[in-house]
Design a protein around this ligand. Structure first.
Ligand code: ZN
Length: 286
């Protein structure tokens, strides 16, 4: 299933994009695709409802804005340097354990919303990433194998990053990762049954039509199941939380000379089976 949320910012309704491309409104049956939905077995109820009534659900016009496919997560956990070739272009060693940091969860916006440059930014950069959405609370999991059943699904996650804020001050990355609009998610949350292997998904990113990133999750240092297992030792992962699992090579920071986003740029991201995002870069808001 492809879960969507549609409508104005912060007032989205839950819906589904069917395999024929029609978008249908599920707000008559479900409040939202939030923690209560996932923890209450909502995915099973939704699958059952679609099997019986998909044809009679109200349709959502294609012109309606898509929001992020999940409401504001409890937390967004990020993995740094999780592709060996991206670590190299960043001039950093391949980590022997996952590099973990947090991104403020109010960065999450819709897949086609604008990226608003923060005031004073000159080094805002792109990062296409596989996003993992947690499906039930996970604490102290015993193994990576156990982790699979704690994942609700996957989505494209754009980990927008301001490199000066991230790297040129004190030794924490959070400041460069947490500006408003810095985490477009979606367009869909694709449930795990539709993704044969999250360890073999192509990821691509273009700026103004020019291919910048072209990678595959098979070159991840730590795969998604290991990451969920690993993180559950240090924090309880809650239903609806998002893990953004690192970016392949091709970010602006790694170029010679480095390249960064400017107002008017258009960024397009896609991952096999997870759809396409597109954002316009705009100047700081007054
Ligand atoms: Zn990242």
């Amino acid at each position: 299933m492809r879960l969507i949320r549609f409508g104005p910012d912060r007032h989205e309704h839950p819906g589904v994009e069917l395999s024929d491309g029609r978008r249908v409104d599920l707000s008559g049956s479900f409040a939202d695709w939030g923690p209560a939905f996932f923890n209450g077995g909502g995915l099973y109820q939704l699958r059952d409802l679609l099997a019986r009534h998909a044809g009679s659900l109200p349709e959502v016009p294609a012109s309606v804005r898509l929001g992020p496919p999940v409401p504001r997560p409890g937390k967004v956990v990020c993995i740094g340097l999780n592709y060996a070739d991206h670590a190299a272009e960043s001039g950093m060693d391949i980590p022997t354990e996952p590099v973990v940091f947090l991104k403020a969860s109010n960065t999450v916006v819709g897949p086609y919303d604008d990226i608003v440059l923060p005031r004073g930014s000159v080094k805002t950069d792109w990062e296409v990433e596989l996003g993992v959405v947690i499906g039930r609370d996970a604490k102290d999991l015993d193994s990576p194998e156990e982790a699979a059943s704690f994942i609700a699904g996957y989505c494209i996650s754009h980990d927008v990053s301001e490199r000066a804020f991230q790297l040129e001050g004190t030794g924490q990355w959070t400041k460069g990762k947490s500006c408003d609009t810095f985490n477009p998610l979606g367009p869909w949350l694709v449930t795990t049954d539709e993704i044969a292997d999250p360890r073999n998904l192509g990821l691509r990113l273009e700026v103004n039509g020019e291919r910048m990133q072209d990678g595959n999750t098979r070159t991840m240092v730590f795969d998604v199941f290991f990451l969920v297992h690993y993180l559950s030792r240090f924090m309880t992962l809650e239903a609806g939380d998002v893990i953004t699992t690192g970016t392949p090579p091709g970010v602006g920071l790694g170029m010679d000379p480095p390249r960064y986003l400017k107002p008017g740029d258009s960024v397009e991201l896609s991952i096999s089976g997870l759809g396409t995002q597109r954002q316009l870069v705009t100047p700081p808001r007054a």
